[in-house]
Design a protein around this ligand. Structure first.
Ligand code: ARG
Length: 457
């Protein structure tokens, strides 16, 4: 395709390092779509004859069906997907194939293909994120009133509800989807027609190809068009943050599924056994979601590093944008699917959770708040009194509610019997009615809001 000024072909190692066809063949749909739009535009603008364009379009569609059917042979000697498609077009229609590349370069072509691929993939990931949100929100509605311990520093802090905890992840995924939507909106400008780097002398119509390919408008600067990979970086950054969220949930599932916590039971479908220890039920899917986050982050780092020293405009380094992007987004997709499956199947043990919710003096804040509310104590004093009571209970290895009124009054004489009304975990969560708080009534309302929003799509 470019051999005019060369006397010999490339060294085998040159071919090996140069060829991208092994991985960029994945872009064949986008490549053909872009070429069809470009050809149609060349016809409309009179740059090519209608006859040539008809032949090119028919030929491209044949190539498309052949690749679709799996009978197309990609050749490494032809470097990449763009040249494989064009060469096959030439075999079919002859000379007219050579006119397709008028007013275009592989530099704007690959940027266009990659944008189209990333855009399609973002749309698919958004659907998967919405599905995981749905799985979480449905469980959250069911468990709006199921009490579990809330932690800070992984130490018992205050009782919360399981539904509230699950909805925290629904919020995170909502922001993840927002980042996906932002990335999509920003990438949606067509680089096609920027040509090699400087634009072209042919009277092309970039608005037309942009529109045909579903872009909002053409990119405004040809140099930027062929050297921009922000859309890949932004996508990988958004994917990394989402993978980090999934990893945190995965880590919680790993903890919750241990016999020591015993908060949830994973389904057989999402657990594995041990070949030596018959009692084991391992949360491998959760562990892998946690582990795979590293791959996604790594690809972001790799891509930033690959881009950071490149002078404008295109450099072949940029061919390295593909494998990492494909792998990162495929990995995220798999993690989202596994997480949705695990969440749907996961069975909480409500008794164990509720018991654990009361451990570690989790209602101490409720006691302090009572002293403030009923006895009008300043919060700092209430904190001190409560601390002393916790100290006494802890010495005796009993819960706060097991202290006698006399024991309490020995520390603070004004305490009355009514204090026992706030020491239970159920009362504790029910009282957290502040907006965004864990009260079951709040959680039910929030779960309903999400379910309604998700149903609307
Ligand atoms: N396979 C190349 C890539 O992915 C296509 C662009 C090649 N452009 C060039 N000037 N050699 O980056």
């Amino acid at each position: 395709m470019w051999g005019g000024r060369f006397a010999t072909g490339p060294d085998a190692i040159m071919e090996e390092i140069n060829a991208s066809i092994d991985f960029d063949q994945r872009l064949w749909r986008q490549d053909i779509r872009g070429s069809l739009a470009h050809a149609a535009m060349l016809g409309e603008t009179g740059i090519l004859t209608k006859k040539d364009v008809a032949e090119i379009s028919a030929g491209l569609k044949q190539v498309e069906s052949e690749i679709e059917a799996g009978s197309f042979t990609f050749s490494r000697a032809l470097e990449d997907v763009h040249m494989n498609v064009e060469s096959s077009l030439k075999d079919r229609i002859g000379a007219a194939a050579g006119r397709l590349h008028t007013g275009r370069s592989r530099n704007d072509q690959v940027a266009t293909d990659m944008k189209l691929w990333v855009r399609d993939t973002l749309d698919a990931l958004d659907e998967q994120m919405a599905d995981l949100q749905l799985a979480l929100a449905e469980k959250a509605e069911t468990h709006a009133g199921s009490v579990m311990p809330g932690f800070t520093h992984l130490q018992s802090a205050q009782p919360v509800t399981f539904g509230h905890h699950l909805l925290a992840y629904v919020e995170m995924l909502g922001r993840d989807r927002g980042r996906i939507a932002d990335a999509r909106a920003r990438l949606n400008e067509s680089p096609l027609g920027a040509a090699a780097l400087a634009g072209t002398s042919f009277p092309i119509d970039r608005e037309m190809t942009a529109k045909a390919l579903g872009f909002d408008r053409p990119t405004a600067n040809s140099l930027d068009s062929v050297s921009d990979r922000d859309f890949v970086l932004e996508t990988l950054a958004a994917a990394s943050i989402c993978a980090m969220h999934l990893s945190r949930l995965a880590e919680e599932i790993v903890l919750w599924a241990t016999p020591q916590f015993g908060f949830v039971r994973l389904s057989d479908a999402f657990s594995t056994g041990s070949s030596i220890m018959p009692q084991k039920r391992n949360p491998d899917a959760a562990e892998l979601v946690r582990g795979k986050a590293g791959r996604v982050f790594g690809h972001l780092q790799g891509m930033l590093t690959m881009m950071k020293g490149l002078p404008l405009t295109y450099s072949k380094d940029m061919q390295e944008d593909k494998e990492g992007t494909f792998d990162a987004l495929q990995t995220l997709s798999l993690c989202l699917a596994a997480m949705a499956g695990m969440v749907r199947d996961m069975q909480p043990d409500l008794k164990v959770m509720k018991k654990a919710a009361g451990m570690g003096y989790a209602t101490a804040t409720d006691l302090a708040d009572w002293l403030v509310r009923v006895l009008k104590m300043p919060f700092r004093d209430a904190h001190h009194v409560t601390g002393r009571l916790v100290g006494i209970a802890s010495e005796r290895k009993i819960g706060l509610e097991k202290l006698s009124l006399a024991e309490m009054q020995a520390v603070e004489p004004q305490i009355t019997e009514a204090v026992f009304g706030v020491l239970g975990v159920e009362q504790s969560v029910k009282s957290r009615l502040s907006y965004g708080g864990t009260a079951p009534a709040n959680v039910r309302r929030q779960a309903k809001r999400w379910l309604k929003k998700l149903a609307k799509g």
